[in-house]
Design a protein around this ligand. Structure first.
Ligand code: NAD
Length: 462
């Protein structure tokens, strides 16, 4: 794999200030595939200065021109889609077809949507005797995780650029090569120097320096709730804008009238894709007691089919963490009906696709985010109990409801404390706002709502 040994700052690859590096491993075989510099607070400072310098002229660039450059960035992502997919597979371990379709494909859709939105969004509105201008917030510090390495970068950078903000990105330690490819694409697209900058490095060093930097106006973070709380507190103390995209423990609610086979199969597939490393995954499957046993056997069969097709989890720490949760589930009395905590292979950070039955709502595996290929099937007696269980965690990111007709599913979904619900297998919409209720986060990404995060209002009265 190709790796740059510098940071992308002010439109060029520059040597890092320090000499520390991060070695990137392929989780499928545990072999090193590249090395990137581990940035320090000084690298972050240089990147923030470049972003600040570039801000006035980027903010003053007509939105349609910004849109055209984001369109050129999209075209670069199209031209590099094979290299992107191969790089994500090498760093993250997801099977190549999934990397091609989702990891490389979705960012093309999202960047394309912001190319259009920049050109068409109403950056000015009239309210009574006022004209309200929607102006860019300023310099954005973007901190992203490894689970959808390019998607989460594009979800922040594309709307920030469309709004007229400039950006410093600190990507996850496990997937910096994909971030470097993105920087190359931005460069080739002609994004002006300093508008997008990249500093690779460790979270508690480079990430923290970015979140704490006094010249960053808005911090946009995706990752764990624990780090998100810390970043939120830092931003709060500095009275700085913050967007947090955190964990989830979403419910897949299968109502008694639903097509059980379809709902169970879709539910298992939803969790197993990306080896369960999806914050919006429907990791709790809720089934009425009359059809509980049937659902358990359907889910066990569906999970077993993933055995050979599933990729590894991202690193040894995640593997140990997921296996620990599976052991905890057994200890607390849940019943493994597929998979288990033993590693299925000698080499690589693999975890078996696992299904638990007899899970009760208060168990650890039904409350905490596992971030691995593990589904918990929970029994309910009536709809009110299903709702209490669905809403009974600190999270509220996503979910699904299945019923014989949409109206019944919609009525249930409206009572769920969560930001996104798929009705009867509804498909992904790159323009729909994505984000959490409760401890799943603050703010929204994607589409016009995602653009609004990077804008502030100024009212002029006449
Ligand atoms: P993390 O929150 O530690 O890392 C996410 C990003 O934050 C990375 O870029 C990291 O370098 C950075 N970071 C870490 N500590 C920081 C700090 N003190 N200040 C600033 N930035 C910091 O997540 P992780 O360790 O990669 O994964 C741990 C768990 O987080 C997972 O098991 C999962 O439950 C959850 N997670 C959720 C998502 C999501 O999309 N919601 C994504 C990844 C991980």
């Amino acid at each position: 794999m190709k790796a740059h040994d510098g940071m992308y700052i002010g439109g060029a690859w520059r040597p890092a200030v320090g000499t520390d590096t991060i070695t990137v491993l392929n989780p499928a075989d545990e072999q090193p595939i590249g090395q990137v510099p581990a940035g320090t607070a000084q690298d972050v400072d240089a990147a923030v200065r470049a972003a600040r310098e570039a801000f006035p002229s980027w903010a003053a660039t007509p939105p349609a021109e910004r849109g055209a450059l984001i369109g050129a960035l999209r075209d670069q992502l199209v031209a590099r889609k094979d290299e992107i997919a191969e790089t994500v597979t090498a760093e993250l371990g997801s099977p190549l077809p999934f990397s091609q379709m989702v990891h490389a494909g979705v960012p093309i859709l999202v960047s394309g949507s912001y190319a259009d939105l920049a050109a068409t969004y109403a950056f000015e509105e009239k309210i009574g005797n006022s004209t309200v201008y929607l102006e860019p917030v300023g310099v954005v510090g973007a901190i992203t995780p490894w689970n959808y390495p390019l998607h989460q970068i594009v979800n922040k950078v594309a709307p920030a650029l469309a709004a007229g903000c400039t950006v410093v990105l600190k990507p996850a330690e496990d997937t910096p090569l994909t971030a470097q490819l993105f920087a190359e694409a931005a460069h080739e697209a002609g994004i002006p120097a300093g508008v997008f900058n990249l500093v690779t490095g460790l979270g508690p060093v480079a990430g923290q320096a970015l979140a704490e930097h006094e010249d960053v106006d808005l911090v946009s973070f995706t990752g764990s709730t624990a780090v998100g709380k810390q970043i939120g507190a830092t931003a709060g103390a500095a009275v700085k804008r913050v967007a947090l995209e955190l964990g989830g423990k979403s419910a897949n609610v299968i109502l008694p009238s639903a097509d059980l086979t379809k709902a169970v199969k879709a539910g298992v597939a939803n969790v197993m894709s990306n080896s369960g490393q999806t914050c919006s995954a429907w990791t709790r499957m809720l089934v009425d007691s009359a059809r509980y046993d049937e659902a358990v056997s359907l889910a066990a069969d569906a999970a077993a089919k993933y055995g050979a097709r599933i990729g590894p989890v991202v690193n040894a720490k995640q593997q140990a963490r997921v296996r620990g949760y599976i052991d905890k589930g057994v200890e607390e009395g849940a019943r493994v009906v597929a998979g288990g905590s033993e590693s299925p292979r000698e080499q690589g950070y693999f975890v078996q696709p696992t299904v638990f039955a007899d899970v009760t709502p208060e168990m650890t595996i039904a409350q905490e985010e596992i971030f691995g290929p593990v589904v918990s099937i929970i029994r309910y007696e009536d709809e009110d109990e299903a709702l209490r269980i669905a809403n009974g965690t600190v999270y509220g990111l996503a979910g699904a409801v299945w019923a014989a007709d949409d109206a019944e599913a919609i009525a249930f979904a409206r009572r769920m404390d969560t930001g996104q619900v798929d009705i009867n297998g509804g498909s992904f919409n790159p323009l729909a706002p994505f984000g959490g209720y409760k401890q799943s986060g603050v703010g929204r990404e994607l589409g016009p709502h995602g653009l609004a995060e990077y804008l502030q209002t100024k009212s002029l009265q006449f």
